[in-house]
Design a protein around this ligand. Structure first.
Ligand SMILES: Cc1cc2nc3c(=O)[nH]c(=O)nc-3n(C[C@H](O)[C@H](O)[C@H](O)COP(=O)(O)OP(=O)(O)OC[C@H]3O[C@@H](n4cnc5c(N)ncnc54)[C@H](O)[C@@H]3O)c2cc1C
Length: 483
């Protein structure tokens, strides 16, 4: 924390960004400890995040998350003041209108936000306004977890060993305030609806049925998940079941923080299977931590490979293949199921994300950024650090990346991780009547089997846009030349 001045303040602005919660919110806590009046402010300024301003699914989530935060604040006597950016002008206007002498916020770690916040903190300091910046999003500040040579880790396992050892030193999460002072009257503000975050053509039905954005939804989800965390290690790779926590959008928007997750899981630790499940789950959150630390140290990786050998890679351009992949029409059932799950619910199971990304970048040889961009627009958990790490890992050009020769075979993966093909049947219903033996590779099924199941290739379901074997060989050639 870095308060620039310590004089007691009368009014503090709490600038909410992606920390849309009341529990364990250090910026809010600091304001409460140092000011009598508190102004909870949200400034919508997507231009300041360019070229990674929130996509359509993220905007949908944000609308509901802001509404939930406002409702939570009203319950304890306050409310959310919503404004449109630019952030600097809006904050300064709010400071002028309220006479605030302290502004508190929780840090963001994306390159554009880091730059903006540094400039803003220095400008406010020049104006004589105190700024308090805290960490609500990560276990540890990026820059504090370094290897023996004081350099950032580029491989996950040693990073995790260091982080795991330090988890017990984390402070206990703070409780949500029971009461807040009322917001001063007459402040200029707009309605959340005025931000026009919801789609004009209402495609969001599936999202509404799948999610409960907001802090209460996050806490409920964590409680449910922690009760069956023991089955996480065995179940986390099964897309046909709900075995993972589905907390990713809640974590991205800061409706829950990673310290709360440690506290909840360690607190409820009991049987050995529970402890094993909790450890395996925390390791996965460790990947999130790793992704954020990496992005902090290597900010250009949002658009360029971390491993510079891959900068010269030649990619294929095919608008038709890209469109088929985006819309779940590649003719490869597991991949299509994943892309359709994404389109309908704003989320895709991690195992299927890896397979779908591998088919795009390796078999189809289409640039990983094209996939990252599509995910960015369609995922409710679209997160610059995690998405960059995920895509570069699969494409083989990132930190700790999958070796170039690991090219997922979607047919074998379906057999292994969707053993009764429940996932494919759910998302590709036109294949549902095919027997287990053929449903993950309908192109290989005998004509009579297809006919009996009502499948007509290229009419009811496409033939594959590629030959898995041939495209694998081509990808291996490309990668061996790059090395
Ligand atoms: C190509 C690709 C793109 C991805 N894009 C994103 C993204 O934009 N946003 C995002 O949050 N995750 C992304 N992931 C990581 C992962 O798929 C999701 O975090 C996970 O599926 C979310 O579901 P969950 O909350 O049920 O996960 P759980 O298995 O319950 O994991 C708990 C939490 O740990 C974190 N986590 C888990 N796995 C990873 C991982 N591999 N990398 C980083 N963090 C992880 C997430 O915050 C997640 O919520 C991507 C993975 C791939 C392969």
């Amino acid at each position: 924390m870095n308060a620039h001045r310590s004089a007691p303040a009368q009014t503090a602005i709490v600038w909410f960004r992606r920390d849309l919660r009341l529990t364990d919110n250090p910026a809010l806590r600091h304001a409460l400890e140092h000011a009598e009046k508190i102004v909870p402010l949200y400034v919508y300024a997507p231009d300041e995040e360019r070229p990674w301003e929130p996509g359509a699914a993220s905007r949908w989530w944000l609308h509901h998350s802001l509404s939930a935060l406002d409702a939570g604040l009203r319950k304890i006597g306050s409310r959310l003041i919503v404004q449109k950016g630019p952030s600097a002008t809006t904050l300064r206007r709010c400071i002028r209108d309220t006479g605030a002498t302290l502004v508190c916020w929780n840090r963001l770690y994306e390159p554009a936000a880091l730059k903006r916040d540094a400039e803003l903190a220095s400008a406010l300091d020049d104006d004589g306004v105190s700024v308090e910046q805290s960490n609500a999003a990560l276990w540890f500040e990026p820059g504090t977890i370094l290897n023996g040579q004081q350099l950032p880790y580029r491989v996950f396992t040693p990073f995790w060993r260091t982080v795991e050892k330090q988890l017990p030193t984390l402070p206990a999460p703070s409780k949500a305030p029971r009461k807040l002072p009322p917001v001063p009257r007459g402040l200029s503000r707009i309605e959340i609806d005025d931000l026009a975050l919801l789609p004009k053509i209402r495609w969001d039905d599936g999202l509404t049925r799948s999610w409960l954005p907001g802090e209460a939804g996050a806490l409920k989800q964590l409680k449910q998940f922690s009760e069956h965390v023991a089955s996480y290690p065995a179940g986390r790779d099964r897309p046909d079941r709900i075995e993972t926590s589905r907390l990713s959008p809640h974590l991205h928007f800061g409706e829950i923080g990673p310290r709360q997750i440690v506290a909840a899981l360690r607190h409820s630790a009991g049987a050995a299977a529970h402890t094993k499940g909790a450890d395996s789950y925390l390791r996965q959150i460790g990947w999130r931590e790793f992704a954020h630390h990496l992005l902090f140290h290597f900010p250009d990786t949002t658009d360029a490979p971390l491993d510079k050998r891959f900068a010269k890679q030649k990619w294929r351009r095919s608008a038709a293949d890209l469109r088929a992949w985006q819309h779940g029409a590649t003719g490869i059932p597991l991949v299509d199921a994943g892309l359709r799950e994404l389109w309908r619910t704003g989320w895709m199971h991690n195992r299927v994300r890896m397979i779908a990304a591998s088919v795009l970048t390796k078999n189809l040889q289409i640039h990983w950024l094209q996939g990252a961009r599509w995910f960015w627009d369609t995922l409710v958990d679209a997160d610059l650090a995690n998405n960059t790490l995920g895509w570069q890992w699969v494409a083989g050009c990132g930190a700790d990346a999958a070796p170039y020769y690991r090219i997922f075979n979607p047919v074998l993966q379906a057999k292994r991780f969707d053993p009764v093909r429940g996932y494919i049947r759910r998302w590709v219903p036109e294949l549902a009547r095919l027997p287990d033996r053929w449903i993950h590779q309908p192109w290989a099924a005998p004509a009579a089997v297809l006919q009996q199941a009502g499948v007509e290739l290229d009419k009811t379901y496409p033939r594959p846009v590629l030959d898995l074997g041939e495209s694998r060989k081509r990808a291996l050639q490309v990668y061996s030349q790059l090395r």
